[in-house]
Design a protein around this ligand. Sequence first.
Ligand code: AMP
Length: 405
Amino acid sequence: MTATRVLVLNSGSSSLKYQLLDMRDSSRLATGLVERIGERTSRLKHTALTTGATRETTGPVTDHAAALKAVAEELGRDGLGLDSPELAAIGHRVVHGGSSFTEPAIVDDAVLAEIERLVPLAPLHNPANLTGIRTARSLRPDLPQVAVFDTAFHTTMPESAARYAIDVSTADEYRIRRYGFHGTSHAYVSRETAKLLGKAPQDVNVIVLHLGNGASASAVRGGRCVDTSMGLTPLEGLVMGTRSGDVDPAVILHLARVGGMSTDETDTLLNKKSGLIGLCGDNDMREIRRRVDEGDEQARLAFDIYIHRLKKYIGAYYAVLGRVDAIAFTAGVGENAAAVREAALAGLEELGLAVDAGLNAARGDGARIVSPEGARVTVAVVPTDEELEIATQTYALVGASHDLT
Ligand code: AMP
């Protein structure tokens, strides 16, 4: 029997998301989520897409190891357990791969040690990712585990884009550089956009706008990332749901000197209490648009600041690329908020950028073009699928190194 299934695990600080895919046709067999790990009211929601059965359980799940064991049990109840000979590998989303990981890696002790060494760069995420990998390894020691890094796609950035203009020896000592995140999404969406244009990825230049609760832009030349808006951490760049994006770094110094704010307080302010929520009290674009439509000035200003920043990045990446074949909008806001797409490109007709009002307003599944017929730059809505990308990269790597038949 050929092993064609890949389990994708995405371990957050207090959550574990999973999907089981069959790589013969990229179909989903099961999907689910364990939330509030470490609390008394943890919740596991599991859906077997093979039968349509959905089960929900609440109760304490003490840690990620317990969460993964519970997931394994749920999968087992649907005949999809981790002991199945059809399972080819487990693919793990790992947030920070630093400069070391330019591609996905089959997990061994050296890979684990390197992910551990990168913990100071992603103190919340990498430890959770490591726990997920270690637990999965203990449950199936014989099964290949693959780490797929959020940063890997961006390691092709030239030094001119990846370096901050700060003292080189200080930057190198503390590994301070622009790493970028959401890499699996940018990789997947830029490739899918090329497909939509009927071209090979190496033949197109694309600006990808990943606009979810976290948001980032990337400039992709011929399939390789040449710039992206997130930096050392996911805080840099666009205005996000709760993150400020770009601020003058001296804001932080000012808050410390004048406001007496601690490092942790500033961290919380900029990562959790800024962006859209800081500007207007809501981080859901649907709610913000509803308020804008009702004439709410605070929501209007938040929307305008969000759009102004987005437009600046579109212009910047247009200049970085020189020639742009397509702009792809993706993730929760990018895929669903027609008003954001329209406002972000308004007034950019001279650059060959525009949306067709009818196409932009129409709803639809799958990748679709929303620019007018014959436009110089194709504007597209391209749904992202990070789990499929992780599964695809995992399966390709495992297939290349093992005989799966
Ligand atoms: P993500 O992080 O990709 O899951 O995106 C989540 C965000 O997408 C939410 O916080 C909303 O702001 C936004 N979103 C989801 N659905 C819609 C919609 N129909 N219209 C506008 N924004 C949406």
